[in-house]
Design a protein around this ligand. Sequence first.
Ligand SMILES: [Zn+2]
Length: 306
Amino acid sequence: MKHIVSGQEVAVKILKAILKSGRVAHAYLLKGPAGSGKTALARQFAKGLLCLNPGPAGSGLEAGADTGLSCNMCESCSRVDKGSHPDLLIIEKEGTSIRISASHGMIMEVLTRPLISKRKVFIVDDAEALTAEAANALLKLLEEPPAYVNFILTTSNETAIPATVVSRCQVIPLRALPTGAKDDVDVEVPVDAILRASPVDLALEHSKADSQDRHRFLAALELRFAQRLFSAAMGYNRDESGEHMECELHGEHEMSGKGGDIALMENFRVLRAITRARRRLAANTNPFLVFCTLFMDIQKLITEEI
Ligand SMILES: [Zn+2]
């Protein structure tokens, strides 16, 4: 089975060693260019931190795992897959920034003990998007977190994060993946086909899959649209600053003719739709209806010419 974060064997090795040693720092920063798989890897690492079967090398850790970071069998692992783990909190951008309200939510959550796992994990995606105020609040949390709290920050632009925050984190670098490697995940997600096919046909096909395959597909779909979002964001930055910035993602030419901010919002909204779909599946909504709504949303949101 291929690794869901393929091409990042070195980073996976480091994270695996951290889990096996049991000496876990309070905060990690996964840094890598857009498309390097840091978002997916942050979730895999969080899953490993929360896993209820953390065994010594060669025990439950390796069996059936995507990256070997978690057992993939316990209640905690299955809740992470379903997006319904009460001890995993994901802080993401609202629009283009992570605002202070997100930090307020984090502070409240830091104060309450974990419910299922021994730890409580906070993922802060795109930490460079923290507003100064939000970064200051996070810094306070990083200074003296309760023993059960871990933070995983991700970024493609470390220099845009206050140095005081970075200095509190153990930095895990991810390498830039060669062109094409970003598609080397478990599930093929052909966006073109999704934009062209009938939502009903697509929904019929995906609602037939078992629950694990459905979640795997949603994870791959999320990764695909996250990559498109990053790609759009990089194009946008370049336009705004007027500076040349090397775009790490190739094969995204379909968006070149469109304003970066439009592509940014479209892909962002698709990611929200995927999150909604995941929540509905977790709440036992009829999978056919969930997928039908999702594919209709995607076709409505992505306006590029096909
Ligand atoms: Zn587990």
